[in-house]
Design a protein around this ligand. Structure first.
Ligand SMILES: [Zn+2]
Ligand SMILES: [Zn+2]
Length: 93
C-alpha cells in the first residue's frame, strides 16, 4: 500500500504553515523569520522536531516546527530573520 506523505513547516514566529518543497524554504513567507535555529552557546544548528498524524490509514501528514530550546544546553534559541542574515558572512565563503 502506497503511503501519501505530506510535509509542512510551521513558522516558529507567526505559526504560518508552509508546504515543504525541494530545496526547502529557509524563511517564512509571511513574517520573514528563519526556520533554522542556532544555539549561541553550543554554536551549532539545532534540528527541527516534527509531529505526525494520520488522517487516513495510508496518508501521513508531518509538520516540522523549529525548536525553541537547545536540546544540549537548554538555552533559548536565536531566531534568524531575513534582515539579520543578509550581511551574514557565512554565505560568502
Ligand atoms: Zn512566520
Ligand atoms: Zn546549546
Amino acid at each position: 500500500m502506497a503511503i501519501k506523505m505530506t510535509v509542512d513547516l510551521q513558522c516558529g514566529a507567526c505559526a504560518a504553515l508552509v508546504h515543504l518543497t525541494e530545496p526547502g524554504p529557509k524563511f517564512c513567507p509571511c513574517c520573514g523569520a528563519g526556520f533554522d535555529r542556532y544555539c549561541l552557546k553550543c554554536r551549532r544548528k539545532v534540528e527541527m522536531f516534527f509531529e505526525e498524524w494520520w488522517p487516513e490509514d495510508n496518508e501521513c501528514v508531518r509538520t516540522y516546527t523549529p525548536a525553541k530550546r537547545c536540546p544540549t544546553c537548554n538555552s533559548g534559541l536565536e531566531v534568524e530573520t531575513r534582515e539579520s542574515s543578509r550581511d551574514d558572512t557565512k554565505y560568502n565563503h
